[in-house]
Design a protein around this ligand. Structure first.
Ligand code: THG
Length: 284
């Protein structure tokens, strides 16, 4: 089992399957958030960004994902500005979330510490643009199990994408422990096999490479009612299969994952769970 080490200006976070699950906070992302999208477009985003950063860390986020991809914004200019603001507000490692390699590079230039780049895909153009940045800046990277043809429906095709990305990383000198694989959750409301394919891919990646594994976990419940209960049913199974650092709305899933870590023998004497319970009785 590999360890991925990420850092902020003064803090290190270690991700590993034998330790507690690491939470990557998803909320600095305009997807489905009209207010944040408008704020990013108008330039009047300081209050909302600082608040989302502060509240997620208070809710237990170990790492924050930062995505400013709203329609009509200049990500190359905006991503480093928002990143600087988040670094000024909280001292946790950040996950630089953009499909634009120029925005990723601009963000890397201002980042203090070792960040996580989100993400590289299995297609040539993405591999050629993103991997040299990962290497040059000594970052870690999320490898998506998809390519030009979209998200493969079956486990073997997703594994082929994983094999390809890992081979290319190793070839240019990126350590395997700095690759975090995203096995991709799709909605079980759209395809009732989607959960099984994701879980099976997680197990295979874990067995074959022992690398850390992430997921945008809330995708599992997209288009369905009562999303929170579905997300909270899915996450523990995925953690048992090998998921080590989900991208989540931390406040909505922390309880279940703390209980999951306890059940999986990752919480000695249940100290962490009990401490959390004592400090947050109102949540139980
Ligand atoms: N894999 C990787 N990165 C990712 C994803 C992934 N980054 C983006 C996304 N998927 C994960 N982040 C989010 C952020 C928001 C939502 C879902 C995933 C979301 N927002 C609510 C909505 O759309 O209804 C808004 C809720 C609110 O207002 O609080 O669902 O898969 N590597």
């Amino acid at each position: 089992m590999m360890e991925t080490r990420l850092s902020s200006a003064s803090k290190e976070v270690v991700i590993s399957g034998v330790k507690q699950t690491v939470f990557i906070g998803e909320r600095i992302n305009p997807t489905g958030k009209k207010k944040l999208a408008e704020a990013l477009k108008s330039g009047d985003y300081e209050k909302i960004i600082r608040r989302e950063a502060r509240e997620q860390v208070a809710a237990g986020a170990d790492i924050l994902d930062v995505n400013v991809g709203a329609g009509g914004v200049d990500e190359v200019a905006l991503l480093p500005e928002v990143l600087k603001m988040v670094m000024d507000e909280v001292d946790v490692p950040l996950c630089i979330d953009s499909g634009n390699p120029y925005a990723i590079e601009a963000a890397l230039k201002v980042y203090k510490g070792k960040p996580l780049i989100n993400s590289v895909k299995g297609e040539e153009s993405s591999l050629q643009k993103v991997l040299p940045l990962v290497k040059e800046y000594g970052a870690a990277v999320i490898a998506l199990t998809l390519d030009d043809n979209g998200i493969p429906k079956d486990v073997d095709s997703r594994m082929k994408v994983v094999d390809k990305i890992i081979e290319r990383c190793v070839k240019i000198g990126i350590p395997v422990e700095d690759i975090i694989v995203d096995c991709l959750a799709l909605s079980v409301g759209v395809d009732n096999n989607a959960g099984l394919v994701t879980l099976e891919t997680i197990k295979k990646v874990n067995e074959k490479y022992g690398v850390n594994i992430t997921l945008g976990a809330s995708n599992i419940s997209f288009s369905l009612p009562g999303r929170e209960v579905i997300n909270n049913a899915f996450l523990p199974i995925a953690v048992a299969a090998g998921l080590t650092c989900p991208i989540v709305d931390v406040a909505k899933v922390r309880k279940s994952i703390m209980a999951t870590d306890l059940i999986l023998g990752r919480d000695k004497f249940a100290m962490r769970y009990i401490k959390y319970f004592r400090q947050n009785k109102d949540l139980f």
